[in-house]
Design a protein around this ligand. Structure first.
Ligand SMILES: [Zn+2]
Length: 346
C-alpha cells in the first residue's frame, strides 16, 4: 500500500511517500481502506519526537480516518465489506476500572492511533472492531475524517469535564484551531454564550460563522480587559486554554469567581507561573482533560449525522502532499482542519 512514513524524527522533510506492506487484520480487528484522513497538531509532535515516547520506524503518522471496511479478522460481527465507517482514534484496554466507567483516556494503556502505533496517513489500516463506527450515506468521507479527534477532545473538555451549562459564558482561546472550532459548535449547542479568541481577522471570521457570539483578536487586544467589559466585570464561567504558558495567567484572570479553567494542552510551554491567590480567594477550579472515551465521540457524532455541526475544513489535499500540509500547520496559517484524500476517490 502507499503510505506517508518517517524513519527518523525531524522537520516535515523526514516525511516520505512510498510503499509499505499491507496490514492484516487479527482476531477482533477490522481492515479499513482509508478514503480520507485528517491532520492534528499531535502529528507534528509525534514527527518531531516527544520525550518519553519511543516509536518503531518506519512510522505512519495520523490519528483520524474514514473509509470502507475491506476485511474482517476472526470473531468480528456487525460489519460487512463495503460499510462506510470512521475511526475512533482512542485505544485502551477496555477492561480496567477507568475503561469500564467510560474514562478510557485515564487507562494506563491509553494510546492514540498514529502516536505510538502506526496511524492513518496511508491506504489501509487495521483497528479493533470496537473503534470502528458506521457513517450514514449523506456524510462524505472528508467531512467524517475531520471530526473524531478534535470533537471527542472538545466534548470531553466542555461537557464531560467542565460540565458546561446553558446560559454560561465560555471563553475559547485558539478558537480557530481544529479543537477550537469544535469547542465553539459544542458550546453553542449546549446553550452557552461563546467568546472566541484568535489571532487574525480571517480566523475570527471563521469563529463568527461557526456561531461565536463575541470574537476577540488577542494578538491586538488584551483579552482579559475585553472579557471584563463584555461581562459587566464578572468574567467567564469557563475558559478553555490549550495555549499554555503564553495565556495561562490571563486565562485565570478572565474567569468569574468560582469559574473553571479547562486545559488539554500547552502549545507555548507547560510551566507558566501561577499566583495561587487567584485560585483560592476566587475559588477557581483547574480541570485537566485529554482526548476522550467512545462516549465523548458518539455524542458529537449524533449532531454531525443530523447535520447540526460539521468540522471546519481549511482545505483538502492529497495524501502525497502531507509534508506540505505539516508545513502549513507549523506556519500557523491554517484555520480549522486539513483533510487528506486517500486512495480511490468517491
Ligand atoms: Zn483500561
Amino acid at each position: 500500500m502507499r503510505a506517508i512514513y518517517f524513519e527518523e524524527h525531524g522537520g516535515p522533510e523526514v516525511l516520505k511517500f512510498g510503499d509499505l506492506p499491507d496490514p492484516e487484520p487479527g482476531r477482533g480487528e477490522v481492515l479499513m481502506e482509508v478514503r480520507a484522513a485528517s491532520l492534528n497538531h499531535l502529528d507534528l509532535f509525534v514527527r518531531r519526537g516527544m520525550p518519553g515516547f519511543s516509536i518503531e520506524f518506519p512510522h505512519i503518522p495520523g490519528s483520524d480516518a474514514s473509509g470502507v471496511v475491506a476485511g474482517l479478522g476472526e470473531d468480528v460481527g456487525g460489519f460487512e465489506a463495503g460499510d462506510r465507517v470512521l475511526l475512533n482514534p482512542s485505544l485502551s484496554c477496555g477492561k480496567c476500572e477507568y475503561c469500564i466507567r467510560g474514562d478510557a483516556s485515564l487507562c494506563r494503556t491509553y494510546h492514540i492511533m498514529g502516536e505510538t502505533v502506526n496511524g492513518t496517513c496511508c491506504e489501509k489500516i487495521v483497528v479493533p472492531a470496537e473503534n470502528v463506527i458506521k457513517i450514514p450515506a449523506h456524510i462524505s468521507f472528508e467531512a467524517a475524517a475531520a471530526v473524531p479527534l478534535v470533537f471527542l477532545t472538545a466534548w470531553r473538555m466542555l461537557i464531560t469535564r467542565a460540565a458546561l451549562q446553558p446560559g454560561e459564558d465560555v471563553l475559547i482561546l485558539g478558537a480557530a484551531s481544529g479543537v477550537g472550532t469544535a469547542c465553539i459548535q459544542i458550546a453553542k449547542r449546549a446553550g452557552a454564550r461563546v467568546f472566541a479568541a484568535a489571532s487574525s481577522e480571517e480566523k475570527l471570521e471563521l469563529c463568527r460563522r461557526l456561531g461565536a457570539d463575541v470574537v476577540i483578536n488577542y494578538a491586538e487586544e488584551d483579552f482579559v480587559k475585553r472579557i471584563k467589559s463584555e461581562t459587566n466585570k464578572k468574567g467567564v464561567d469557563v475558559c478553555v486554554d490549550y495555549i499554555g504558558k503564553d495565556t495561562w495567567v490571563n486565562s485565570l484572570k478572565s474567569l468569574a469567581r468560582g469559574g473553571r479553567l479547562v486545559t488539554c494542552g500547552a502549545t507555548t510551554g507547560y510551566d507558566p507561573q501561577t499566583d495561587l491567590r487567584h485560585i483560592f480567594f476566587r475559588q477557581l477550579q483547574i480541570i485537566g482533560s485529554t482526548m476522550g472515551s467512545k462516549n465523548d465521540l458518539l455524542a458529537p457524532l449524533q449532531f454531525l449525522f443530523r447535520g447540526e455541526i460539521k468540522a471546519a475544513i481549511d482545505r483538502v489535499m492529497d495524501l502525497e502532499e502531507t509534508a506540505e500540509a505539516h508545513r502549513l500547520m507549523e506556519s500557523r496559517s491554517v484555520a480549522g482542519k486539513i483533510v487528506l484524500r486517500v486512495g480511490d476517490k468517491n
